[in-house]
Write a protein that binds this ligand. Structure first.
Ligand SMILES: Nc1ncnc2c1ncn2[C@@H]1O[C@H](COP(=O)(O)OP(=O)(O)OP(=O)(O)O)[C@@H](O)[C@H]1O
Length: 230
């Protein structure tokens, strides 16, 4: 899916959190959204997901403006969102979490389950365990798997490496690299090594505005450090 965000404004009451944010993500590409705490990254992703209303601007999925469409319509159009903090169902088992995520998109096939269990083998082992009993890294894998069973064409991830041990960060990196090309990805990430390993292009937000953008080859620590807390 091609994502075009144009002149997006968002306000929390009287305070403006996003100001004329514009960018594009081509089919199969991964865009990293970088910036300091409070820059507006999570707000931007919530606007893309339709969980926060936008004040002005367009969010086009393959040319169709979804900026005012409810979340379920965006989801049916191929959009999947993994929020910060994961938001899995703690009381449901791993398998039930996956079934619940897949249901609005039609029953998930055995093939779909085999695919996500292939990407995240620990979830197969833990299929009967309650989501709430998993470690942070396992919950992050479950959150990603929940998004993938919906067969998205645009995957939006808010800090997938947060609170996750290095071996799982490496696994998530490998998974995202394998998904790129097939689906488009928007990634909010504080961990620069991960972002540079996965993203093709980046935008930097500061106080709700895009203050820099470029290609992966231009994502040098020197260039980004003036906008980030590193
Ligand atoms: N529910 C809310 N009500 C009012 N202001 C909010 C709300 N959520 C966020 N903000 C403000 O909007 C701005 C952007 O916040 P946002 O969470 O999008 O930043 P962020 O770049 O994702 O930061 P972080 O990395 O800390 O999550 C901040 O100034 C924040 O205080």
């Amino acid at each position: 899916m091609r994502l075009t965000v144009r002149d997006l404004d968002q306000h929390y009451g009287g305070s403006q959190a996003l100001r004329k944010v514009s960018f594009e993500v081509a089919q199969g590409e991964c865009l990293a959204v970088l910036g300091r705490n409070g820059a507006g990254k999570s707000t931007l992703l919530k606007c893309l997901a339709g969980v926060l209303p936008v004040t002005r601007g367009a969010i086009e999925f393959d040319g169709v403006d979804m900026a005012r469409a409810p979340s379920h319509r965006r989801s049916r159009a191929g959009f999947a969102y993994v929020p910060q903090g994961r938001e899995i169902f703690a009381e449901l088992t791993v398998r039930e979490n996956l079934l619940a995520a897949a249901r609005p998109h039609g029953e998930a096939s055995d093939e779909t389950f085999a695919e996500v269990y292939g990407l995240f083998p620990v979830l197969r082992e833990m299929a009967g365990r309650r989501g709430g009993s998993l470690s942070g890294g396992q919950q992050q894998q479950l959150a990603l798997a929940r998004a993938l069973v919906t067969k998205p064409s645009l995957l939006v991830l808010d800090e997938p490496t947060e609170g996750v041990q290095p071996s799982i960060v490496q696994l998530i990196e490998t998974v995202l690299q394998s998904l790129k090309g097939r689906l488009s990805i928007v990634l909010v990430e504080q961990y620069l090594d991960f972002a540079t390993a996965v993203a093709d292009r980046f935008v930097v937000l500061s106080r709700g505005q895009v203050v820099d953008r470029g290609e992966r080859a231009e994502m040098s620590r020197e260039r980004l450090s003036k906008f980030m807390s590193i």
